[in-house]
Write a protein that binds this ligand. Sequence first.
Ligand code: UDP
Length: 195
Amino acid sequence: RSTAEIFGVPIDKVTLEKAFNNFKMFMTDDKLSIITTPNTEIVMMANKDKELLEVLKNSNMNIPDGIGLIYASKIHNLEIPERVTGVDFMRKILEYCNDINGSIFILGGKPGVAQKACENIKKRFKNIEIKGFEHGYFNSEEEQIIIEKINKANPDVLFVALGAPRQEKWIYKNRKRLNVKVAIGVGGSVDIWAG
Ligand code: UDP
């Protein structure tokens, strides 16, 4: 793994293709892999938020989702090859899941949004198995039930859209309880799929 440090946050020096190869490797691993999609705002936030910094330091890949990170890389010669957006990366993951008959679960967004996103994804990618969805406005009691639901479904990929940095912290906090191969914070991408 090759990373560039920006304000102490390791950003993976990946192209979309390289990030995708890493993802495929994570899919062969038994334990959970965490992927985040930080932009400049998140990196600046982590500079002041120790918990967020710990999350980003302990994730398996932080893709450079933000043009500001690419500018910083150019100025400081950090060799981040290109911007890799969460939207593009999510589409790559969905294409892959379609190819291998993989399964997904979407957590987050306003009530109805994750469901609509799943319906649109299923229309576009017929071979993907939708294992479930939940909206992102839940209390701690409901959280327990949601985690049980995710684990019972046991999807390959869990997309989490609770807004940054809540989604990253949520995945990290629950990393030992989540029975999925890859969990990725995707923020607004789920809204885009919902249309
Ligand atoms: N969201 C959620 N629960 C929350 C806060 C946000 O499910 O408690 C969802 C929100 O509905 C939206 C997504 O997270 O679909 C991204 O939220 P936001 O635009 O606030 O975050 P950003 O895209 O700036 O990270």
